[in-house]
Write a protein that binds this ligand. Sequence first.
Ligand code: AMP
Length: 280
Amino acid sequence: MKIVSDLDALRAQVAAWRSASETVAFAPTMGALHEGHLSLVELGKAHASRAVASVFVNPTQFAPHEDFDAYPRDLDRDAALLAGAGCDLLYAPDRHAMYPDNFATSVNVAGVSAPMEGAMRPTHFAGVAVVVCKLLNRVQPDIAVFGEKDYQQLQVIRRMVADLDMNVQILGAPIKRDHDGLALSSRNAYLNAQERVVAGRFNVILAEAVNALRRKTPIASALDEAKAKLLEVGFKAVDYVELVDPDSLMTIAGDILSQPARLIAVARIGNVRLLDNMAV
Ligand code: AMP
């Protein structure tokens, strides 16, 4: 696996592949890699002859009080994991090369960015959109793979790519989970042993809500019950448990579920916000 931080070297390699009629899949990450990230590379490799991954802790998607400085960084470990997953090139740009002092552009995706994470973290998706736009322009892949773990982010990127006529196919990868069903996340490393046990209840409680909704339990009671159970098992707070349209992310109106939906939730434990979601 090649490791490059220079944009010209990245472009030269991708151009060489292209002139040999190869196709390129791309998985952007912030590093601190786990099986979830590696599954994106594997899915990319199943759809293209070459896989590129990036590791870049993107400052613009963190609010000033968030964990940008503390975010775990270990490029050697990430490189070894990516190589093992069949990645052909790791792109690890430098912060200043991505955002020079005179950087002035923002990318705002209205609508899908607004609810849930957008309401809790008002500048987050603009930061995600600008960095993904830049990375897609830099790598110019045929396919880009994003995890359903960050379901709203996936929809924001789909919207941006469609609206800006970007010539890339977006693939969503299923959520990779730990032995007890906890969605893998780089931030799970912040949990202590006791918090980790509680965290394992998150997916179970959401799955119970999914079952209740399928049994035609009124939507409001299924969501309220999930929130109450999360607090009961030891979560410090529940930021939201929402039932939304899988594409528009609009809240599903009505008493009883009668259409495909996505259950999306964020709950806090210790200093960690855990995100999870499931198809209903
Ligand atoms: P991050 O490094 O957290 O920015 O995530 C990079 C990419 O990996 C995003 O597309 C995430 O949605 C995806 N990802 C993170 N965790 C998982 C997981 N448990 N399963 C599948 N994809 C994931």
